[in-house]
Design a protein around this ligand. Structure first.
Ligand code: PEP
Ligand code: MN
Length: 336
C-alpha cells in the first residue's frame, strides 16, 4: 500500500503510522515526488484502503499488489523522465551513452569522447573503479581516473556516468559525475543503494547477472524509498547455460520492466553479448523491444583495451551503428 499525504503534517503522518501498526504493519516514510509518502507491505491492508483514504491529511491510497511499490506502474502510470543536463531518459528520445569500459589515460578518454560525441552519443561512459572477476586484472585508475573523467567531461562538454563500487566513494563521485552507475555485481549491495539514494544524484541501476526482474525492481525500490526517484534501469544480460556469449541479453526483461515499472529502461548490448559483432544487432533489437536508451562500449583501439576489448566497438563502427539506429528510431516514432 502507498499512502500519499496531501500535507506533511507531523500529527497526520503519526496517525497513519499508528493505525498501520495497529494492523501489525510497519509504515515507512519517504520524501519523493515532492510529497510525503507512507509505504507499507501486507495482505491485511487489502481490506483497509478505504479506511486509510478517510484519515486526515491523506490525499490518495494505492493498493499495490507487487512487492515493489514506489517503482510500480500501478502507482505512477506515466513513464518517469530522468533528465541529466538536458538529456531525457523515458521520453520519445533514445539517448545513447558511449565510451570505453575503463579510463586508461587522458588521451584515450578524450579521443573516445570526441569521437562518440561527433557520432551522436550524448553521455560519456567510463569506469575507473573496475569490478574485475580476477584480482590480477586491471582494476582501473581509481582516484586519478575520476579526475581525468571530470576534466574530459568539461573539455568536451558532455555529461558522464561512471560506476561507484563503495558507499564511501559516493560523495567523491557526486562531485565528478552526472550519473552514478550501480554495476551488475553490486545490484544488491544494500549499503551502496542506500548511500546513492541519499545522494539524490541520478542512478543507472544495472540488473545483476543472476537476478530476477523482481529482485532488480526491489533494488530500485531501495533507492526510491531512500528518497531518490531519479533511476534508470539497465538490462545488461544474465548468466545462463549458454557459453558462446558472455551473457544472455534478456530482452523479455526490457519489455516486462516497462510494463511493471514507470522507470525508464535502457540496454547494454556490450556486456549483454561480450562480442562487438553482436552489439549492433542487439542494440537494434533493444530499440524494437522498447528500450529508452543504450549504453555501448567504444575504444579507439579495442585490441589494446585494458578491459572488455572484445566487446568494444571502434569509433568508426560506432558511427555506422548510430546512423542505422537513427533510421530504426524513426520507424518506431522515436528519435536518436
Ligand atoms: C561496465 O559497465 O563496465 C560494467 C562493469 O558493467 P556490468 O556491471 O554490467 O558488468
Ligand atoms: Mn565493461
Amino acid at each position: 500500500m502507498i499512502i500519499v499525504m496531501d500535507a506533511p503534517a507531523v500529527q497526520e503522518v503519526k496517525q497513519v503510522l499508528d493505525e498501520l501498526q495497529y494492523l501489525g504493519v510497519e509504515g515507512h516514510i519517504t520524501e519523493c515526488f515532492n510529497r510525503t509518502i507512507i509505504t507499507a507491505d501486507g495482505d491485511v491492508l487489502q481490506k483497509n484502503d478505504k479506511h486509510f483514504e478517510g484519515l486526515p491529511g491523506v490525499e490518495k491510497v494505492y493498493f499495490i499488489t507487487t512487492p515493489f511499490k514506489l517503482v510500480s506502474r500501478q502507482f505512477h502510470s506515466d513513464t518517469s523522465i530522468v533528465s541529466i543536463r538536458g538529456v531525457d531518459f523515458g521520453s520519445r528520445a533514445i539517448p545513447v551513452i558511449a565510451g570505453p569500459c575503463a579510463i586508461e589515460s587522458y588521451e584515450q578518454l578524450y579521443d573516445t569522447a570526441v569521437a562518440v560525441k561527433k557520432a551522436g552519443a550524448c553521455i560519456l561512459r567510463a569506469g575507473t573503479y573496475k569490478p574485475r572477476t580476477s584480482p590480477y586484472s586491471f582494476q582501473g585508475l581509481e582516484r586519478e581516473g575520476l579526475a581525468i573523467l571530470q576534466a574530459v567531461s568539461r573539455q568536451v562538454d558532455m555529461p558522464v556516468v561512471s560506476e561507484v563500487t563503495d558507499p564511501r566513494l559516493v560523495e567523491n563521485f557526486c562531485e565528478a559525475v552526472d550519473i552514478l552507475q550501480i554495476g551488475a555485481r553490486n545490484m544488491q549491495n544494500f549499503a551502496l543503494l542506500k548511500e546513492v539514494a541519499h545522494s539524490k544524484k541520478p542512478v543507472l541501476l544495472k540488473r545483476g547477472p543472476a537476478s530476477t526482474i523482481e529482485e532488480w525492481l526491489l533494488a530500485a525500490e531501495y533507492i526510491i524509498a531512500g528518497g531518490n526517484s531519479q533511476i534508470i534501469l539497465c538490462e545488461r544480460g544474465i548468466r545462463t547455460f549458454e557459453p558462446y556469449t558472455r551473457n544472455t541479453l534478456d530482452l523479455n526483461a526490457v519489455a516486462l520492466a516497462k510494463v511493471l515499472s514507470h522507470l525508464p529502461v535502457i540496454v547494454d548490448p556490450s556486456h549483454g553479448t561480450g562480442q562487438w559483432r553482436l552489439v549492433g544487432p542487439m542494440a537494434k533489437a533493444s530499440l524494437a523491444a522498447g528500450a529508452d536508451g543504450l549504453i555501448i562500449e567504444v575504444h579507439p583501439s579495442p585490441a589494446e583495451a585494458l578491459s572488455d576489448g572484445p566487446q568494444s566497438l571502434t569509433p568508426e563502427n560506432f558511427d555506422i551503428l548510430i546512423n542505422e539506429l537513427r533510421s530504426l528510431a524513426n520507424v518506431l516514432h522515436r528519435q536518436i
